[in-house]
Design a protein. Sequence first.
Lengths: 116, 111
Amino acid sequence: DGGITQSPKYLFRKEGQNVTLSCEQNLNHDAMYWYRQDPGQGLRLIYYSQIVNDFQKGDIAEGYSVSREKKESFPLTVTSAQKNPTAFYLCASRGGGVTTSTDTQYFGPGTRLTVL
Amino acid sequence: GQNIDQPTEMTATEGAIVQINCTYQTSGFNGLFWYQQHAGEAPTFLSYNVLDGLEEKGRFSSFLSRSKGYSYLLLKELQMKDSASYLCAVRDPQYGNQFYFGTGTSLTVIP
């Protein structure tokens, strides 16, 4: 079955600890994205990657880091520098090139991170 | 900056029709997308418009006017399972084809 997986679904961490959220896709998509969703604020882009070994900061990258060593994997690390890390984190991927007009983003099931 | 506006909440009756509006101001435009998101779950793709006009997909239709920076999602024959948040997103080619999302419209369908 093709799709995007994120694990775990729920994650609890103590304040001051780094934590890595996984995102894997077998859709052969080039582009991958990480979003954060807070109540009343919609989805905000943290980082995105359009190709292996390349990634760019989104609107709220501070306190986060990513890597893209393989096409199918785009893990996100929430560092202790992130002031308010408790949120719902969504990973997405997008197929097609930048000139393809009909592609869209497909989302993983999300990870709800709670920092205690 | 990028600005996507949607109403925060709407309520409609089972079997009725509801229209959810979205207005946008972005640097560039390469498509407007609608997603449905049930509480605690991931958004799922509903529809896409890149040219002006109406796109129909079963009970769901989406309309776009690029000159007005305006779109709406029309849901017909509402069912209880349509209670969800509906997200409007614009793809901007000037920023690596990033998607900019509105805050979402929480729709409650009542009997």
